[in-house]
Design a protein around this ligand. Structure first.
Ligand code: HEC
Length: 135
């Protein structure tokens, strides 16, 4: 019985990493994230996370920085998966910014979906550098 469980676990794991069902699951999560992004984040981070301004390093009239692009062209990929999730949960107010926190507004699945969606926006070479850095 124990042996059977092990075999099943192995089959399940290869399924996850070898494509097939795993891919479908990943696509579903990205889709969920995409919907949550369009609803909650697009107003500041722009369509597909490209930002709303030309120069995100220039402060606005209110003295704050605009929302940075999160599509791999700014700094998001310098930050660990945990740091990105913390920003989604707590926003940026604690660190002197103005992004609202989404801790109680989104489900854990939606947050994971948002992370998956954000990664999906990054060019391959950025994702590869990220993997080397954080995995
Ligand atoms: C009201 C505007 C606003 C909204 C809405 C918003 N953000 Fe932000 N976001 C910002 C700003 C501004 C920053 C930079 C930190 C700060 O100043 O608070 C930021 C930073 C981030 C970062 C960190 C980027 C980095 O370089 O590490 C991530 C990730 C992020 N936002 C994701 C999201 C997601 C996902 C949503 C939707 C659930 C969202 N944001 C909604 C304004 C916003």
């Amino acid at each position: 019985m124990k042996r059977l469980a092990l075999v099943l676990a192995a089959v399940f794991l290869t399924g996850c990493f070898g494509g097939g069902d795993g891919d479908a699951q990943a696509q579903k999560s990205i889709q969920l994230g995409n919907t949550a992004f369009d609803k909650n984040c697009i107003s500041c981070h722009g369509k597909a996370g490209q930002g709303l301004v030309k120069d995100w390093k220039k402060t606005q009239a209110n003295g704050k920085y605009p929302a940075p692009p999160i599509n791999g062209t700014a700094h998001a990929w310098h930050h660990s998966p945990k740091a990105l999730l913390t920003t989604i949960n707590d926003g940026g107010i604690k660190i002197g910014g103005w992004m609202p926190g989404f801790k109680d507004k989104l489900s854990e699945d939606e947050k994971q979906g948002l992370l998956d969606y954000i990664h999906d926006l990054w060019p391959n070479e950025i994702q590869q550098k990220y993997n080397v850095r954080f995995k």
